[in-house]
Design a protein around this ligand. Structure first.
Ligand code: BGC
Ligand code: CA
Length: 443
């Protein structure tokens, strides 16, 4: 009971501090809050011992585990870490289809150019110039998005049989070898497409996908070749919005991101070019659902491809499951001026899986879950709020741990007592680091 009061107090404090600093997410480091299941104040005061199992009768190494958002993989080669994905027979990964989404993002930008060809080339030199913000050069999703943009715009160069995804640095004169000048034929006329600049947005402390770094980069780029920039592209909306607010909104330069965060979707009305929804509403559900199913000891497809006892079910146009990768991937949707009004609230749960499970047959269980970077725009403003909506529906009492985005130990230090939990949901800082978590569960 005392613990409950403490965690409720912490939730309150966190809530207040969130209000105080606006919607930009909590500050770096040590945040933690519990919500969902029987810890929410609106449920009658069941004692700690009756709120589900203690987690003590099952060995930690045999408990359900889900990796999410950062797939265990080699950060240089992209090869999946099958050991981590097969930690036990209740281990899964939940993410989204990176290649399908990357293709969509590239096509969305190309379509925009074609439709707006009469005004896109701002200085009229026949070259359509773009700059690109790269999230994390060792993250498969980031790599896929860089490749998708380069492929669609014809600027891709192959390296070892695949599209080179390295940042170009600056390339205002088109002489770089990491990319090439592309060519688009529109209305019988030929245009050159050039990647003027790209860089990994990593801050000095090591945090990747860093929005502030992107805001600074567009300042530097625009002051030396601003008139050449016709399009701003970004591996995500956090960085995209930072560049939009710092420069491109005032200049009327279309800016494209990824994630369909609410602020980015709203900005489409002000000239943000578009974004991609990675169906976070489906991913957040799947993240907790696979744990729920494993805890219930039912078929893993329950409430996913097969309706559960409350009627929750997903149709196969919103996700795919690859058994050999133990991975669920949500499918992506392009969000542009044509349809953005359907995407204004990124934290709204997905209607086909919005029914409450019965607590009698799905007893409350405790889950340890971490967000690798409490300041990441997508994870803090879209993904975590969705998780917090679903945890109640699935009777999961989730302890949310917020990392600093830089050091794995900042998070693993707070997994000191895995015996207290029934299941684990992990979002690593670096995709190579799965073993630092599984080592703790193996002890
Ligand atoms: C999102 C990014 C986010 C990253 C964190 C990606 O799926 O698109 O916005 O920064 O995950 O791992
Ligand atoms: Ca131009």
């Amino acid at each position: 009971m005392r613990k409950k009061i403490i965690s409720m107090t912490m939730a309150l404090v966190l809530g207040l501090s969130l209000t105080a600093c606006g919607d930009s997410g909590s500050s770096n480091g040590g945040s933690s809050t519990t919500s969902g299941g029987s810890s929410s104040s609106d449920k009658q005061g069941s004692s700690d011992s009756s709120s589900g199992s203690s987690g003590a009768d099952v060995a930690n190494k045999d408990k359900p585990l889900v990796w999410f958002n950062r797939q265990p993989s080699n950060s240089s080669t992209g090869e999946l870490d099958q050991t981590a994905l097969n930690f036990n027979d209740k281990t899964y990964y939940v993410g989204f289809d990176a290649n399908q989404g990357a293709e969509l993002q590239g096509t969305m930008i190309k379509d925009y150019i074609e439709k707006n060809i009469d005004k896109i080339d701002r200085n009229g030199d026949g070259i359509i110039g773009y700059v690109l913000a790269i999230g994390d050069i060792g993250h498969n999703d980031s790599i896929a998005r860089t490749r998708g943009v380069r492929k669609a715009l014809g600027t891709a160069v192959k390296k070892d049989g695949d599209i080179n995804s390295e940042p170009v640095g600056t390339n205002a004169d088109g002489s770089a070898s990491v990319v090439q000048d592309g060519e688009l034929k529109i209305g019988g006329k030929k245009y050159i497409v050039r990647e003027l600049a790209s860089q990994e947005m990593k801050n000095s402390a090591g945090a990747t996908w860093d929005a502030a770094t992107a805001g600074n980069a567009i300042g530097t780029w625009s002051s030396s070749f601003g008139k050449d920039i016709d399009i701003v592209a970004s591996n995500n909306d956090g960085m995209g919005m930072s560049m939009f607010n710092a420069w491109s909104k005032d200049q009327g330069v279309p800016t494209f991101g990824y994630d369909a965060n609410s602020d980015a979707v709203a900005a489409i009305a002000d000239g943000y070019g578009g974004t991609i929804s990675q169906h976070a509403d489906v991913q957040a559900y799947l993240t907790l659902r696979v744990l729920r199913n494993a805890l219930d000891g039912v078929d893993i497809d329950t409430g996913i491809g097969t309706a559960d006892d409350a009627g929750n079910v997903l149709s196969d146009d919103v996700y795919i499951y690859k058994e050999d990768e133990r991975s669920y991937y949500a499918l992506n949707v392009a969000v542009t001026a044509d349809n953005y009004k359907d995407f204004t609230d990124s934290t709204k749960i997905y209607e086909p899986v919005s029914s409450q499970l019965d607590e009698g047959s799905h007893a409350s269980k405790k889950v340890w879950l971490n967000i690798y970077n409490a300041s990441d725009n997508f994870l803090s403003s879209t993904y975590q709020p969705l998780l917090q909506n679903y945890d109640d529906l699935l009777n999961l009492q989730v302890e949310y741990i917020g990392g600093d985005g830089q050091t794995e130990s900042n998070i693993t230090n707070r997994l000191g007592n895995p015996g207290q939990y029934d299941a684990f949901a992990i979002n690593m800082v670096k995709t190579d680091n799965a073993a630092s978590y599984t080592a703790l569960l193996n002890q």
